[in-house]
Design a protein around this ligand. Structure first.
Ligand code: IMP
Ligand code: MG
Length: 190
């Protein structure tokens, strides 16, 4: 009989730790844009929870928008990859599944993303949004995995820098599951 693998979850960042850091990022954004308004643009679906918590820690006039992207052209399964990368590695071919509802011209845009990994998705989205000629453009990413970067990208606001592990929870998924976990957990034994 083939061995049945049961994924294990280990807390990497607790809800308290996340809450404190999101509060700090919110205070920083409030200071940086004092006297101005901002538009938070969330990348569906992973950034939805981070955006809703972050926006409530920002005391500025603000609006929300969301875009949807899907990357196609997944890499073939690398069976010997202990971090299970093959489950989510993309080749950087990104397709827009939901466009913005509003124009970003002359707005202070804060692009909100769950995790900055290879940088391919955010590079594509950044180019798309900057074509609207916003007044300012900055990126807020809850997590950053710099060791995986393939394309350079600068996020002005970063919650946590993490090692090359696969994480779920607080919006992040594995095959669309685990997004509702309040803590960020490492998914092992994939
Ligand atoms: P990239 O920066 O283009 O490689 O892709 C970033 C996207 O990959 C994120 O928005 C996530 O959807 C997904 N991703 C990358 N690393 C993880 C992870 O550890 N857990 C869950 N999703 C991840
Ligand atoms: Mg995502």
């Amino acid at each position: 009989m083939p061995e049945v693998k049961i994924p294990e979850l280990k807390v990497l960042l607790s809800r308290e730790t996340i809450g404190r850091r999101v509060g700090e990022l919110g205070a920083e954004i409030t200071r940086d844009f004092r006297g101005q308004s901002v538009i938070f643009v969330g990348v569906l679906k992973g950034a939805a929870i981070f955006l809703s918590d972050l926006a409530r820690q920002v005391s500025l006039d603000s609006t929300f928008d969301f875009i949807g992207v899907s990357s196609y052209g997944n890499r073939p399964t690398a069976k010997d990859d202990p971090a299970g990368h093959a489950a989510w590695d993309s080749l950087g071919e990104v397709r827009l599944t939901k466009d913005l509802d509003q124009s970003l011209g002359d707005r202070n845009v804060i692009l909100v993303e769950d995790i900055l990994d290879t940088g391919l998705t955010l590079n594509y989205i950044s180019r798309l949004l900057q074509a609207h000629q916003p007044r300012s453009f900055s990126i807020a990413a809850l997590l950053d995995k710099p060791s995986r970067r393939q394309q350079p990208i600068e996020a002005r606001y970063i919650g946590f820098t993490i090692p090359d592990v696969f994480v779920v929870g607080y919006g992040l998924d594995y095959a669309e599951r685990y997004r509702n976990l309040p803590d960020i957990c490492v998914l092992e034994n994939l």
